[in-house]
Design a protein around this ligand. Structure first.
Ligand SMILES: Cc1cc2nc3c(=O)[nH]c(=O)nc-3n(C[C@H](O)[C@H](O)[C@H](O)COP(=O)(O)O)c2cc1C
Length: 248
């Protein structure tokens, strides 16, 4: 599976089989976390199974069962750090997907009291990402949860503001916005809009509004999906950090 297929296939997975990751999958995630931490200054960690074979207790309201592995996404409390956490966290999520695994970003619906994590000075655990194998058939309750949250998705056109509607924007921009639309965001708010002042001008990523603070993480996730799709279209470039910053 390549990374574009991973974007197409990824969903928030809220049910897992009892199977553990194989050593190759676990090691690939550990190595990616080492690269991410070295590159970004973030403090991501990976935890495997406890004695009962599961790694973390998820809230039964949302999850059918507990996964065999999770990533702890740790960063300082700061909008730019949280944006980076989104960007690099999604890089990890899409790698997991390419390894044949399923994931979910989780900010709140898990048991923090029994969660393993190392925190440095000023750091916080912002999200966990349960990682494991999706069952062949996702239970009805979890399918219903996802359909009801995802059913409130914005229209693709609402994620773009330019001199023309999205359908008239350069093809590569349309592909990038489509890749962002398919991505995860906290309570599916999709708070990022891509702005172009003219059709050949730079694209900026803006936040429609900031209500919970999780929008900064969503901004990083959206920027990562946009960048992956741009490179796939043969458009090189990278983002500057911050709301309102441009893809250059
Ligand atoms: C930063 C962040 C935090 C999230 N927190 C939770 C959570 O606590 N519980 C949960 O069930 N889903 C959580 N989600 C998953 C979103 O609900 C999900 O991404 C969104 O509904 C879109 O659905 P999809 O990922 O299946 O496409 C979170 C997603 C993000 C990006």
């Amino acid at each position: 599976m390549d990374i574009i297929q991973a974007i197409e296939k990824r969903i928030s997975c809220r049910a897992f089989t009892e199977k553990s990751l194989d050593q190759g999958q676990f090691d690939a995630l550990v190595q990616e976390i080492e690269r991410i931490n070295a590159e970004s200054g973030l403090h991501f960690q990976l935890y495997g199974p406890r004695a009962d074979g599961t790694a973390i207790n998820m809230s039964a309201k949302m999850f059918a069962n507990n996964p065999p592995c999770y990533a702890a996404l740790v960063a300082r409390k700061d909008p730019l750090e949280e944006e980076k956490l989104g960007y690099y966290g999604e890089r990890l999520v899409l790698l997991a997907e390419m390894l044949g695994l399923s994931t979910c970003w989780v900010a709140s619906t898990y048991d923090q009291a029994t969660t393993r994590v190392e925190l440095g000075d000023g750091e916080a655990l912002h999200d966990v990402v349960p990682i494991g194998f999706a069952p062949e058939k996702i239970p009805l309750k979890q399918r219903t949860i996802r359909a009801s949250i995802r059913g409130r998705s914005k229209k693709l056109e609402d994620l773009y503001r330019g001199p023309v509607p999205l359908a008239g924007a350069p093809e590569w921009v349309q592909a990038c916005v489509d890749a962002v639309w398919k991505g995860p965001s906290a309570i599916n708010e999709q708070p990022v809009v891509f702005v172009q002042d003219d059709v050949d001008g730079p694209v900026r990523a803006e936040l429609v509004r900031v209500k919970t603070g999780m929008e900064y993480t969503d901004l990083g996730i959206a920027k990562y999906h946009f960048e992956v799709a741009a490179h796939e279209c043969g458009v090189p470039g990278s983002w500057q950090w911050g709301a309102g910053a441009a893809f250059q």
